[in-house]
Design a protein around this ligand. Sequence first.
Ligand code: SF4
Length: 56
Amino acid sequence: MGYKITDKCIGCGSCAAQCPMGAITEGTPYIIDHEKCIGCGSCAAQCPMQAIINED
Ligand code: SF4
């Protein structure tokens, strides 16, 4: 399943700004499009809330 944004997300947008694939859409919480995501982990590293988890 790969990376997923949990309900710890506060909607800051740091992850979306960091994603090289443009795979993250604004929302509450933000949403990762798994068809676009290459699993690089940049978003998770950037999140100030540790809201992004890898389910693999
Ligand atoms: Fe984007 Fe990388 Fe996060 Fe996937 S793992 S959503 S490609 S920043």
